[in-house]
Ligand binder design. Structure first.
Ligand SMILES: [Zn+2]
Length: 149
């Protein structure tokens, strides 16, 4: 079946937990490659590229230039203040960020895998149900994850 693919870049920051503890807060310019596989429509298209791009952008807009924080990590305590978010890590380190710069993700750890899953689950609600979606998320040019639904 034919596939139509688009790319998009999302700069964002994340706080990742490893075996040794949390990494320092840092960011990446994530490159998204989204492919949609389905039968051609009456216009002989999988889907109009501009429609795919606008759908992908509408989802990415919410996390673009944000600090992604997991909501289900027992080693991270989140305190919502007046216009701010305080993060207390198990090792005693604390971050205070403006609330408007933070986006919460319902997961234990904001890894590339979980960011891809988050984007894909939102896309599934907006793309025709007969389409197969494949999302590749590049954290760096040599490190990426790939998910399909
Ligand atoms: Zn990272």
């Amino acid at each position: 079946m034919p596939k139509a693919c688009v790319t998009h870049v999302i700069p964002l920051a994340h706080l990742v937990e490893r075996k040794e503890g949390f990494e320092t807060l840092h960011g990446h310019n994530y490159h998204v490659l989204l492919c949609i596989e389905k039968v051609l429509d009456e216009h002989r298209m999988v889907m109009d590229f501009s429609d795919i791009k606008s759908t992908l952008k509408s989802i990415c807009r919410k996390i673009d230039h944000k600090v992604l924080i997991p909501t289900e990590n027992p080693r991270l305590k989140v305190e919502l203040g007046k216009g701010s978010v305080k993060l207390k890590l198990q090792n005693g380190k604390e971050y205070i960020l403006p609330r408007e710069d933070v986006e919460f993700i319902p997961t234990r750890n904001v890894t590339a895998e979980e960011i891809a899953r988050h984007i894909l689950s939102k896309l599934k609600e907006l793309i025709p149900s007969d389409a197969k979606l494949e999302l590749t998320l590049y954290e760096t040019p040599s490190s990426f994850v790939k998910l399909e639904i």
